[in-house]
Design a protein around this ligand. Structure first.
Ligand SMILES: Nc1nc2c(ncn2[C@@H]2O[C@H](COP(=O)(O)OP(=O)(O)O)[C@@H](O)[C@H]2O)c(=O)[nH]1
Ligand SMILES: [Mg+2]
Length: 221
């Protein structure tokens, strides 16, 4: 490895180490408030915000128990969508950064009103690689993989799949229109991460959303 490369590797190690320290503080902070934190990751357009909207629509409790942090490069559009559903939401605009970091999340948490909140969703910046490297202090990782992206994405981007507690195959209402081999996709996810729970959803008609809430509930106990 040449000198420039080894310096870049060392810088990245140090960055990730600092990020892990902030994430550990956030985890303690969430635990002390009994808030269950969920990091929702996936490609841009994989249906993350729509999944959150559908989870909100199907939530059995008081919406004041939920809070959402939204990560995108630009605009408040996703936070506005969530707020439009009656759930408090704060947008994090990362500019040119392709993932959320623990310090961005820690700063945004200060802006939320958290008394009474028991579940915090963090929609990460759409990206199937970088967000998997940056811990946020959350308790659960959900990765969305959508039917229009193609069934080969999990095997091509295994690093993200390895971090997942739950992989949600989204937009299954579109299966009749895409050449998507559901069985192979499920098998390859399982081979990459045998512990991952694999669920299927179609947020447009709320298919699979109750089961996703049930899985989240089982893990938050
Ligand atoms: N047919 C179908 N379209 C969906 C579904 N979920 C999301 N979409 C559409 O996919 C596009 C991207 O969704 P969005 O939730 O904004 O993706 P994000 O970038 O991952 O947050 C939008 O046009 C949504 O209406 C679904 O379950 N079925
Ligand atoms: Mg979104």
């Amino acid at each position: 490895m040449d000198k420039d490369n080894s310096k870049a590797v060392e810088d990245m190690r140090s960055l990730l180490h600092k990020n892990d320290e902030v994430a550990a503080q956030t985890r303690k902070w969430l635990d002390s408030r009994q808030i269950f934190g969920i990091n929702l990751m996936g490609s841009p357009g994989s249906g993350k915000t729509t999944l959150l909207e559908s989870l909100i629509d199907c939530y059995q409790g008081d919406l004041a128990e939920l809070a959402v942090l939204e990560g995108d490069l630009e605009t408040n559009r996703d936070a506005d969508r969530i707020a439009g559903k009656g759930v408090q939401a704060e947008q994090i605009c990362t500019g040119s950064v392709c993932h959320l970091s623990a310090s961005m999340v820690a700063e945004a948490l200060e802006k939320l009103s958290l008394p009474g909140v028991n579940t915090l969703f963090i929609e990460n910046v759409g990206n199937l690689v970088c967000p998997s490297k940056f811990a946020l202090g959350t308790h659960l990782n959900i990765v969305a993989v959508s039917v229009p992206e193609g069934d080969d994405k999990p095997i091509k981007y295994p690093v993200m799949i390895r971090t997942a507690d739950i992989v949600v195959i989204t937009k299954t209402d579109l299966l009749p229109y895409f050449n998507f081999n559901l069985e192979r996709c499920r098998r390859e996810i399982q081979e990459i991460n045998p512990q991952a729970i694999i669920l299927e959803t179609a947020a447009t008609n709320a298919t699979g959303i109750e089961e996703l809430w049930r899985c989240i509930g089982e893990r938050s106990c």
